[in-house]
Design a protein around this ligand. Structure first.
Ligand code: PMP
Length: 351
């Protein structure tokens, strides 16, 4: 505690992200992509003229926003970009959720949302999840400061289809509904086609997962012009937006390679389903997932002990230290070889 901290900062508990270990472990703890980014990304890194870095980037990040607009079939004015979707989410909290009413979110969802609530003085109302820990869309109410959830949800993995999201948007019309699609490319259904119909829908996405660029920090939001303008009002001058020139060029190269994108996400989906079957045959309960991770628990083995056992044998998964999730492990989907090693070790630990 420091006397220099403002009263609010004294109360904050910093968000603790998944460990980035120094030693060589099989890393299945932060939902990164096990495959490299598109080959075009490598070409940009090789050929990017260093002299370009002398200048500030395009203040509107036009080229990257145009590439995203083409990808999603929307106008460029409907696209916002930021340094990772975490930053886009932070700006959305400031632009849309600071009211004298609570913001609604599922009781179990991306753990950064409650952190942002504390940071931006937003009251939070946690909504109970439905069966199989699915997000209960009927629980959101029209009178709140807004709604936010990940779809597919994290760390549970289940995703709702577009029509279900449309049903929520028919009811909640007076505040922003933010659908975080960080994991949508692994079998979910994007709500982006709904932005024309619902001016209060903001969809966020990231290059960190399905585009294999977590180290770059590139995220985006798609919505109506009025929501994008709201985000522009709260952004920094040359820090969060525009995106730096090199990241822009890399993002565009990643978007251009549809074949690589499809091959990587299909590989992750195939490995996920294979891993699910193998975990079930070891007695694990595995929640249905449309993401690049599985949330699993074992009726006879303590999750914290399994976490330690795996780590000692060179595999890092995620164990959350919260009451609701203490019986569960979240396992990111790696390569086939990495998952073979995981299963082999679990066979030993669960004997
Ligand atoms: N949303 C969800 C649901 C996530 O799990 C993550 C990554 N941990 C993010 C957003 C943030 O992703 P990034 O900042 O890398 O774009």
């Amino acid at each position: 505690m420091s006397k220099f901290w403002s009263p609010k900062v004294r109360e904050l508990t910093p968000y603790v992200p998944g460990e980035q270990p120094r030693e060589r472990l099989i890393k299945l703890n932060t939902n990164e992509n096990p495959y490299p980014p598109a080959p075009g990304v490598e070409a940009v890194l090789r050929d990017f003229p260093a002299d370009h870095l002398r200048r500030y980037p395009d203040p509107e990040s036009r080229a990257l926003r145009e590439a995203l607009a083409r990808e999603f079939g929307v106008e460029v004015e409907q696209v916002f970009v930021g340094n990772g979707s975490d930053e886009v989410l932070a700006l959305a909290f400031q632009a849309f959720f600071c009211h004298d009413r609570p913001l609604e979110m599922p009781a179990i969802t991306y753990s950064f949302y409650p952190v942002y609530c504390r940071l931006y003085d937003v009251e939070r109302r946690a909504l109970p999840l439905g069966g199989d820990w699915r997000v209960d869309l009927d629980a959101f109410t029209p009178g709140s400061a807004g709604a936010i959830f990940a779809n597919p949800n994290a760390p549970t993995g289940h995703g709702h289809g577009r029509e279900a999201i449309a049903g929520l948007l028919e009811r909640v019309t007076e505040s922003v509904v933010l659908v975080d699609e960080a994991y949508v490319d692994f079998g979910g259904e994007s709500a982006i086609p709904l932005v024309e119909r619902f001016p209060n829908l903001l969809v966020t996405g990231t290059f960190s997962k399905s585009r294999s660029l977590a180290g770059l920090r590139l995220g985006y939001a798609v919505g109506s012009r009025e929501l994008i303008e709201g985000l522009e009002r709260v952004k920094d001058s040359f820090n969060s937006y525009p995106i730096d020139s090199l990241a822009s060029a890399i993002g565009i190269a990643a978007l251009e390679d549809r074949e690589h994108f499809d091959a990587c996400r299909e590989a992750v989906i195939t490995t996920r389903e294979r891993t699910r079957t193998r975990l079930e045959s070891l007695g694990f309960r595995v929640l249905p997932s449309q993401s690049n991770f599985l949330l699993v628990s074992h009726p006879e083995h303590d999750a914290a002990q399994l976490f330690v056992g795996l780590r000692e044998r060179g595999i890092l998964v995620r164990h959350f230290n919260t009451e609701a999730l203490s019986d569960w492990l979240r396992i990111s989907i790696g390569t086939e070889d990495e998952m073979d090693s995981l299963i082999e070790i679990l066979e030993g630990l669960c004997r």
